[in-house]
Design a protein around this ligand. Structure first.
Ligand code: HEM
Length: 397
């Protein structure tokens, strides 16, 4: 039987529909075809949370260590390796992302930057502004550059390179020009890194790049540093911008729940987990089968790519009660898979959570009566990275 006949729902999945509203499509797949073939991108989709946990926790059978656009562009790094190599890269890069180090080294800078950006938002006295481009994107860039130790004077260039990377990665059709564009931007980043690294060797500043170049115990090579810096940089920009924008949009679209979300620090942290569950910024984690296998009796051939649809896992009714309901008090909201699970669990999750909390706290403190602008609200959009095109807000004084 042809795949297209065996998986009729999968045959009708279109990325353009997922971009608008993936959740009803996921619900149908989860119920009828939890393991399905999507001809439009020639890949498997999983929509049940348990299946995704099994795949993401089995790197021997489902690997990231395979040809991919992200490897073509950035080289070999923690996201495209498995086993001891991946563990070594990740261990070397983890320290600045530990909660205690973030509190001492990153939080004061982050607060100052967010205050500055929110002041900018308020500065034209019209009591209305757009949060995604004026606050979320700049704070994401500022934070990841600071942690890495890349001078903030590079912000504009990094922003431009990022756009090339993003276009190349969204290029499921394999357009060689877009690939070349992404590779060119990654090479330009590598060249820009050389003088930065030389300066850090002379004058270490405690940043991640500084720690990596001054490391004398089993140090990473210059190439390994470049590749891992690239994945951290790439991983930390649009994802966090989207997470902040989604969180602001989700919370402000449920004004009746704001009192609960703001009642304590713990309540806000839980509410942020619920925004992550309900509208994850990254919608899938892809793995390649290392040998012929099967999932739920469906044969998967060696070399085929399986997409774990994280937004579908987060609304699996077998784990989350009434999963489409947004509920800031949901006790198990933190069981979402928005940062994936297993060895490739997001390196930047603690920083992204901190950035989101500081942005929300600052907006509420500086913009009393903060609410969505009823004339200009925009719902999240996108099949891979998902975020509102804009989050227009207004406030009272
Ligand atoms: C400071 C911000 C961030 C940084 C620096 C960052 C960096 C990274 C890195 C380096 C990895 C690869 C880890 C590994 O392979 O071991 C990763 C994985 C991942 N990140 Fe992040 N990230 C950030 C924010 C986010 C946000 C906001 C989201 C979504 C809400 C996200 C979702 C993911 C997912 C789903 C993976 C796993 C992908 C997979 O397993 O295929 N990240 N991140």
């Amino acid at each position: 039987m042809k795949r297209i006949d065996r998986f009729p729902l999968g045959a009708h999945v279109r990325l353009s529909d997922l971009a608008i509203d993936p959740y009803p499509i996921f619900a149908g797949l989860r119920e009828e075809e939890p393991v399905t073939w999507v001809p439009e991108i020639q890949r498997w989709f999983l929509t049940r949370r348990d299946d995704m946990l099994a795949v993401l926790r089995d790197p021997n059978l489902f690997t990231t260590d395979a040809p991919s656009t992200i490897r073509d562009m950035f080289g070999v790094h923690m996201m495209t390796t498995e086993g001891p190599t991946q563990i070594r890269y990740k261990r070397k890069c983890l320290p600045p992302f530990h909660a205690s180090r973030l509190r001492s080294a990153s939080l004061p800078l982050l607060r100052t930057e967010v205050e500055r950006l929110v002041e900018g938002l308020r500065s034209d006295n019209r009591r209305t502004g757009e949060v995604r481009t004026t606050v979320a994107r700049p704070v994401a860039l500022h934070s990841v550059l600071s942690v890495l130790g890349i001078p903030l004077s590079e912000t504009e260039r990094v922003n431009e390179w990022y756009e090339h990377f993003a276009r190349a990665l969204a290029n499921f059709a394999g357009d060689p020009d877009l690939r070349a564009e992404g590779k060119g931007a990654a090479d330009a980043f590598g060249r820009a890194l050389e003088p930065i690294i030389e300066a850090l060797e002379r004058d270490p500043d405690g940043s991640l790049l500084s720690d990596l170049v001054c490391d004398h115990v089993d140090p990473l090579t210059a190439e390994e540093i470049r590749s891992n810096a690239l994945i951290i940089l790439f991983g930390g920009i649009e994802t966090t911008e989207s997470m902040i924008a989604n969180a602001a949009w989700a919370l402000l679209s449920h004004p009746e729940q704001l009192g609960t979300a703001r009642s304590s620090r713990e309540a806000l942290d839980l509410a942020i987990e619920e925004t992550l569950r309900w509208e994850p910024a990254v919608q899938s984690a892809a793995r390649q089968a290392t040998r012929d296998t099967e999932i739920r009796g469906v044969p998967i051939a060696q070399g085929e790519v399986v997409h774990c649809m994280l937004g579908a896992a987060n609304r699996d009714p077998s784990h989350f009660e009434d999963p489409d309901r947004f509920d800031v008090s949901r006790a198990n909201a933190g069981d979402h898979l928005s940062f994936a699970v297993g060895r490739h669990f997001c390196l930047g999750a603690p920083l992204a959570r901190l950035e989101t909390r500081v942005v929300l706290e600052t907006l509420w403190a500086r913009c009393p009566g903060l609410r969505l602008d009823p004339e200009r609200t925009n719902a999240p959009y996108g099949y891979e990275f998902r975020k509102p095109p804009a989050v227009w807000v207004e406030w009272d004084v």
